[in-house]
Write a protein of this length. Sequence first.
Length: 207
Amino acid sequence: MTRDFRSIWRRSSVFARAASILALISALGFAVLAQTQPIRTWDHSGREPGFGLSRKSYPAEAADFLKSIGYQGKIINNTGAGGYLIWRGWPQWQVFADSRLEVGGEPALVQGAQLFTDPGVFSEIANRDQVEAVVVQHQLPYLRRFSLRLLQNPEWALVHLDWAYAVFLRRAPRWQAVIVHNEIPLETVIARLQKERTGSPATPPGP
């Protein structure tokens, strides 16, 4: 009986060691993949190599731009950008929304939904709260439509555009120099969208 128990214990120990070695090898393999592939395609996550926050998952470049121009004040933003903007800029920046959706209750949720779909609601909130900056994740279809509408609004200027986020500034006297040096015209955005979709040159629409 004792001999059988010892034999089983030895076999289970061998299996445990083998499993541990296999797990270690797998972990090392995944670590190598995470560090060597520019974009993680093998698990379809699209993540970047390395550790910490991915600058592609948050409005890092948009925040860098706002910091570089010394922006202070209120920002209209989509929910996904709010937490990062608070982390980077509070208390100089006050965001419109973040992921704590329950704080404002149902009225805030309704207003947040209308903000990016109803130009009248956007203008009312922007003027009421004296907002001079907008940060939105233009990859999302409804925010892309919002961005294209705001591009045609003479009161606002697109001053930063990266692969995921757009920054608009109100055409206020204090931002005139920033806008002169950084404004991205509608034609450039249309050309970029056309290239993303078809890979061919774009022709801006006529008047």
